[in-house]
Design a binder for this molecule. Structure first.
Ligand SMILES: NC(=O)c1ccc[n+]([C@@H]2O[C@H](COP(=O)([O-])OP(=O)(O)OC[C@H]3O[C@@H](n4cnc5c(N)ncnc54)[C@H](O)[C@@H]3O)[C@@H](O)[C@H]2O)c1
Length: 462
């Protein structure tokens, strides 16, 4: 970062193509810090888009926080949320009148349409019902991924969105992260020549795995969705998006190897708080993660007063799944998962999802006939084989999810902004993750899971 000079906007030449980008700084090692300039198709809004949030948990709050920060763009006018603490907090933040506060999603649709859009941030198994109902009533929809747990349900939503002409934006937030936006743009402009293959790696980080897929909401695939959709539909989607060719076949392997009863150490107990003899040495100790490090405590519904939080955390560890031993859960999600995909024109991709890493942040390598790209979401390095020139791009974006290493690279709010514009202008083309764009990567996920379970290649048919 030494001798860094502020620049406004320059053209960087990569692979014989001039890439015009908003460069914020040129660093000493000749790398460029850049941001994605505002979309020229955006129009000033006469009034904010109004939306009703179904599910005021983590994701409902991410989009709600966008509305709170940009009240001229998005206004939340209703909420459905069964957890009273969350419903109260959300209603207070957005000043939602009592008549527009509901316990579960169905009740929203008992009233005539009272907003422009519906934000569906309910658990995975509660996307299909509200989405079909909202489409039938003429709402535009911001739909959390995964679209739905079965291929049929995904196709039903696609068909109804086409029939009604409503916008369904799937929250494939990585498509809006400046890092991936630039990767896609560079490939499309020929910076590495014809794309031959892709390697993509998703290190989940061991404590995130324990939190979400061993103890947390997605620990059981039958109650939610298989991890290849619940976690990695983003990754399949990014692979498909940058390759930009139809997927043809897929094969997958992986299983749940470690978080099983037979690996429980001697002296361990049902809960970390039950006097476990190995809790101090255990990397998955809930006491360490939630009480000592205060990591990912958003799920514990803590009071705002900091002095009371410790006591509430310990109480939650005694009563919720978040305090249970990681070797004694009813979990079934694989902790390592590898997938190989063949695309049209014999382009290939390999994807690995790994629980056992000390770090997060997706890594991608793109191999092209005239150059390659290597990136880890903090920087993207492009080497042009023709000139030998190396260009390093460093994305700058606000990552708003609030979790350490959340990895969405700014995509959460950038998606929210594009969605609001798309609804205001009634123009789905302002989005890159409409349902018809997003469905193929879900089909890849369903076929990968079939392949993993049956140990067979699976063909993909759109
Ligand atoms: N795009 C992403 O990167 C991303 C990241 C995390 C989660 N997700 C997805 O977003 C969705 C929500 O995940 P989350 O992390 O916010 O989970 P969460 O548990 O924090 O929030 C879901 C909320 O829905 C509420 N709910 C349950 N039943 C309901 C009902 N019948 N009616 C209304 N609300 C109900 C729950 O009480 C909860 O508050 C999931 O589908 C998840 O897979 C997407």
């Amino acid at each position: 970062m030494d001798r860094r000079k502020l620049l406004k906007s320059i053209g960087i030449s990569i692979g014989g193509t001039l890439i015009s980008t908003k460069v914020l700084a040129r660093m000493a090692d000749n790398s460029f810090e850049y941001a994605i300039p505002p979309n020229p198709l955006f129009k000033p809004m006469a009034k904010p888009v109004t939306a009703i949030t179904l599910g005021a948990g983590n994701r409902g709050t991410v989009y709600g926080n966008f509305a709170a920060e940009y009240p001229n763009e998005l206004k939340i006018v209703g909420v459905a949320e069964p957890v009273k603490f969350r419903n109260d907090k959300y209603a207070k933040t957005h000043k939602i009148s009592d008549e527009h506060r509901f316990v579960t999603w169905e009740h929203v649709f008992d009233k005539p349409k009272f907003a422009d859009a519906i934000i569906i941030s309910t658990p995975d198994r509660l996307h299909y019902g509200p989405c079909m109902k909202a489409l039938a009533m003429g709402y535009d929809i911001l739909l959390e991924k995964p679209i739905a747990p079965t291929e049929k349900e995904c196709r039903d939503i696609l068909a109804l969105s086409k029939k009604t002409g409503r916008i369904v934006a799937v929250c494939h937030v990585l498509r809006y992260a400046p890092y991936f936006v630039k990767m896609k743009e560079l490939i499309a402009k020929g910076a590495v020549g014809e794309i031959i293959s892709v390697q993509h790696f998703e290190p989940i980080e061991h404590t995130h795995m324990a939190h979400s897929y061993v103890r947390g909401n997605w620990h059981n695939s039958k109650e939610t969705t298989p991890i290849i959709l619940a976690k990695s539909c983003h990754d399949l989607d990014i692979i498909k998006w940058v390759i930009n060719k139809p997927s043809k076949s897929i094969v997958a392997m992986g299983d749940l190897k470690w978080f099983r009863l037979e690996n429980a150490p001697a002296g361990s107990t049902n809960r970390c708080t039950d006097g476990c003899k190995v809790e101090r040495q255990c990397p998955y100790s809930a006491i360490k993660q939630y009480y000592e490090k205060r990591d990912r405590t958003g799920v514990l519904d803590l009071p705002e007063e900091k002095s009371k939080q410790g006591e509430v955390i310990m109480e939650r560890l005694k009563t919720t799944n978040y305090g249970r031993c990681v070797y004694r859960m009813d979990n079934d999600q694989p902790d390592h998962y590898i997938t190989s995909i063949q695309f049209a024109d014999n382009v290939t991709a390999n994807f690995s999802m790994e629980a056992f890493t000390s770090y997060a942040g997706r890594r991608t390598r793109i191999m092209g006939a005239m150059g390659d790209m290597v990136g880890d979401m903090t920087e993207l390095v492009i080497t042009d084989f023709r000139t030998g020139k190396l260009t390093k791009l460093v994305p700058k974006a606000e990552d708003v999810e609030g979790y350490k290493n959340s990895g969405h690279g700014g995509g959460d709010w950038l998606l929210a902004r594009d969605f609001v514009q798309a609804v205001a202008q009634q123009n789905a083309a302002l989005l890159t993750s409409t349902i018809d764009e997003s469905i193929e990567s879900h089909l890849m996920g369903f076929k990968a899971e079939e392949s993993r379970k049956n140990m067979k290649f699976r063909a993909i048919k759109m």
